[in-house]
Design a binder for this molecule. Structure first.
Ligand SMILES: C[S@@+](CC[C@H](N)C(=O)[O-])C[C@H]1O[C@@H](n2cnc3c(N)ncnc32)[C@H](O)[C@@H]1O
Length: 302
């Protein structure tokens, strides 16, 4: 089962109105989308996901609430293009709840988890070609080290990558987890699971998660109406850094103009940061997935 993270905080801060046009970029199991749809009886919801299983379950849930929605089976990197195809050029609210859902992690066949044995896969979109098996068995040493460092912030990137190359072919998640364990110092194994960071790195690589998010977020800033809000829930520092950097860039006055007594309207920022919210203590007790979550909110002001 998937328990939505920061659900109440997200819904309360979207400034939803009955006729709002809303985009949920990460439909998943429709936790957020269901609550949105209940509140926009005269509005419309566009919901993206690239996972067919999630889409069919979410559709059943949304149908019970209303019919004023459309599910778009596409990567949210195509946000603008897909909406433009439907003649939608501006919207009131856009939400991202990044990463994978609990069912994706729990279904062992999807190959995301280092706790369950399955073929190395990790594709959110089951139709895409690149999968974890290809990355683990074909990338050269430099490329493996690079992604383990960049996307996993893994300090034993080199020894793990060497171990992988020595033990190829590697077919399953547990084989990979064992190789990782064998190539880190004993003391490291006492911290969190030693395969955690490398699995995160491979998942980000397979789904190109950081590039896709950055590209999409820039499109979202163009699509949002004046007075509209974008919310982003991130689950690790790499995603969060991208979001923070982009929100900071678009909400600041150009440093060359800062000393002017009055900043002409055309040079004032188009966006205002509304705030950041962390999960409450209560949520942290009830939902383990909320541990590293953070919600960032920005509003278009002109
Ligand atoms: C954390 S879950 C969302 C859960 C949802 N908010 C809920 O409450 O049920 C993330 C979902 O976004 C989807 N997803 C992640 N990256 C995506 C992308 N680039 N394009 C489309 N869908 C994506 C995943 O397949 C997954 O179903």
């Amino acid at each position: 089962m998937h328990i939505s993270v920061l659900l109440e905080e997200c819904i309360n801060n979207l400034n939803l109105k009955e006729d709002s046009i809303v985009v949920d970029c990460t439909l998943g199991y429709a936790g957020h989308s269901s609550e949105i749809l209940k509140r926009i009886k005269k509005g419309y919801l566009y919901a993206f996901d690239q996972d067919k299983e999630a889409i069919s379950k979410a559709d059943l849930k949304l149908k019970e609430i209303g019919n004023n929605y459309k599910i778009i089976n596409s990567n949210f990197v195509n946000l603008k293009e897909e909406l433009n195809k439907l003649n939608i050029n501006e919207v009131d609210c856009i939400l991202y709840d990044l990463g994978v859902s609990s069912p994706q992690l729990d279904e062992k066949e999807r190959g995301f988890s280092f706790h369950q044995d399955a073929r190395l896969d990790m594709r959110m979109n089951q139709e895409q070609e690149l999968d974890a098996y290809y990355v683990v068995n074909n990338y050269d040493l430099n490329k493996l080290v690079d992604i383990f460092k960049k996307y996993g912030e893994e300090k034993y990137a080199l020894s793990i990558a060497k171990g992988i190359i020595k033990d190829r072919p590697i077919t399953t998640t547990l084989e990979l987890a064992e190789i990782i364990k064998d190539n880190v110092p004993f003391s490291y194994k006492k911290e969190k699971h030693p395969a955690r960071k490398v699995f995160q790195a491979i998942r980000i690589e397979v789904n190109d998660e950081l590039n896709v998010f950055e590209t999409s977020l820039k499109q979202a800033l163009e699509l949002i109406k004046i007075g509209g809000r974008i919310e982003v829930i991130t689950f690790h520092s790499l995603e969060d850094k991208i979001c923070k950097r982009i929100f900071d860039e678009v909400s600041k006055v150009d440093k060359n103009l800062k000393n002017l007594p009055i900043i002409p309207i055309e040079y004032q920022p188009k966006y205002k940061i509304v705030g950041n919210i962390d999960p409450s203590d209560n949520e942290l007790i009830n939902n383990n997935r909320a541990r590293s979550a953070k919600l960032r909110i920005i509003e278009r002001v002109r």
